[in-house]
Design a protein around this ligand. Structure first.
Ligand code: SF4
Length: 478
């Protein structure tokens, strides 16, 4: 089958990474990630005899008009694309654009939002054929192969992991699919399917690629959608396979910067130790960054990670209020944050933190206290968010049952953006949440130490671009 895989464009020229639990909008210190799920899917489909084209529209500055030209010229039999909550309206509308061009093309979407709101998405989008739920690769490969046989959609009645519109037009929700037991059974992602030149680290502008060393997260944080995409069980790859994949990427693309894409990379410290030891033993000479939790690292592990090339680690701190952390089931001893950040710096790494304002039990006082405590940490970067109950998280269910969302019958998901508060809690207003977030951004970044650190990382050729992005960022944040 001839298949087009898309990370679709968004309205108003916004650029979204749509990847599992992360919907990230490109800005000054966030960047578009190579679309690893689409590349995995594309590689698997191609290896199974399908003709595939992968297009990351935001990265290529491709708008919806360009997409129609591409579909006309390429003439695919199926179009498959990733969707995200804040861009969901446009994402789902793409199905009618595709069907208007050719009603025979199968339209298929994937992502955490549609995994949870599968039936609603199909009801709202009569041109959408199939929703792929949870981890997508094997489900898509088997679905496309089944569609190719005579009978098309009627071959899908027992296909696990999808919700679809059957041949009579009725919506059918099939059984769930098990998460892939052996993720090493997937092929290495073939980055030749996309233009790797489009992906650059913020500030330094160096090219980078993603490596997926593991999937799944056993932690139960209620605001997170990771378990919807990759499940609760941690599944790690074989260290030798990861090293081989990195070696091939270096050889083929001359890229030595990587983002180790894992929910919590350090969730299994002994795996991290083995991987870092192998990276060092193989002289890979790479630079990489990862996400972590403060309760999964120690000085020795951080030192080894840095020796293996890790130059920045990002910790999910979320809040400094123990009640709030308990309420969202982020079971960390946040009083250790200072010590872990110092250990990370001593190991030679830059440190970033993620902070969320407006979680349940937040008050103006707890929000201000969190902001003050974060400002006291020796961080290099911080991402400040408003709490958003994304579909696929336990917080979404809680927000609905507690009546924290307005107009539940017709939720405006375009408002579900992490710079915007959408929950009406009894303890803090939305305006207060947004105000403290804006203040935190200002007070954190407008400090000489942070500005100098950013300038040190910025390549000379990109200083003007960085200053312009910073200006836009502060205007949007305030
Ligand atoms: S530790 Fe919590 S926030 Fe981080 S990926 Fe796991 S569930 Fe999500």
């Amino acid at each position: 089958m001839k298949i087009l895989l898309l990370n679709p464009p968004a309205p108003r020229g916004e650029k979204f990474t749509r990847e599992g639990r992360c919907t990230q909008q490109s800005a000054i210190w966030t960047t578009l990630w190579p679309p690893i799920s689409l590349v995995y899917i594309g590689t698997l489909l191609r290896d199974n005899g399908h003709e595939v084209r992968v297009i990351d529209c935001p990265a290529q500055d491709i708008d919806i008009k360009d997409v129609t030209h591409i579909i006309r010229a390429y003439s695919p039999e199926a179009v498959i694309w990733s969707v995200a909550t804040p861009s969901i309206t446009g994402d789902l509308n793409l199905s009618s654009v595709v069907k208007q061009l050719n009603p025979a093309v199968y339209t298929i979407v994937l992502g955490t939002h549609v995994t949870v709101l599968d039936e609603t998405s199909l009801e709202q989008s009569p041109s959408l054929d199939i929703v792929v739920r949870n981890e997508p690769e094997i489900t898509i490969m088997e679905t496309v192969t089944a569609l190719q046989r005579p009978g098309g959609l009627s071959n899908l009645t027992s296909m696990p992991g999808i919700t679809f519109r059957d041949a009579e037009g009725k919506i059918a929700r099939n059984t769930a699919r098990e998460f892939i037991a052996d993720i090493d059974a997937l092929p290495f992602p073939d980055w030749g399917l996309i233009d790797v030149n489009a992906y650059r680290l913020p500030l330094s502008n160096r090219q980078f690629l993603m490596v997926m060393p593991q999937r799944g997260c056993h932690f139960p944080c209620t605001f997170c959608t990771s378990s919807t995409y990759y499940g609760r069980k941690l599944r790690v790859r074989k260290v030798e396979a990861i090293v081989k994949e990195i070696k091939e990427a270096i050889e083929r693309f001359k890229i030595r910067d990587f983002f180790f894409w894992a929910e919590t990379f350090t969730a299994n410290p002994s795996f991290v130790r083995s991987l870092c030891t192998a990276i060092i033993a193989n002289n890979l000479d790479i630079s990489w960054v990862c996400n972590s939790r403060i309760d999964t690292v120690d000085g020795e592990l951080l030192y080894l990670m840095n020796k293996a090339g890790c130059w920045m680690v990002s910790y999910g701190i979320e809040s400094f209020d123990p009640n709030i952390l308990k309420g969202v089931r982020k079971d960390i001893e946040v009083s250790r944050a200072n010590q872990v950040i110092s250990l990370s710096r001593e190991a030679g790494m830059l440190v970033s933190a993620h902070v969320i304002f407006g979680l349940p039990y937040e008050t103006p006082a707890t929000a201000r206290q969190t902001m003050r405590r974060v400002l006291d940490l020796e961080l290099d970067f911080a991402q400040f968010y408003c709490a958003v109950p994304f579909p696929g998280s336990a917080l979404y269910e809680q927000a609905i049952s507690e009546g924290w969302l307005d107009n539940i019958a017709a939720l405006d998901f375009t408002q579900f953006r992490q710079e915007q508060a959408v929950m009406s809690l009894d303890t803090i207003t939305r305006a207060e949440v947004e105000a403290v977030r804006a203040q935190a951004v200002r007070e954190f970044y407008l400090r000489p130490r942070i500005i100098l650190g950013i300038l040190r990382l910025t390549s000379l050729r990109h200083i003007a671009k960085t200053i312009l992005s910073a200006f836009k960022f502060f205007r949007a944040a305030n």
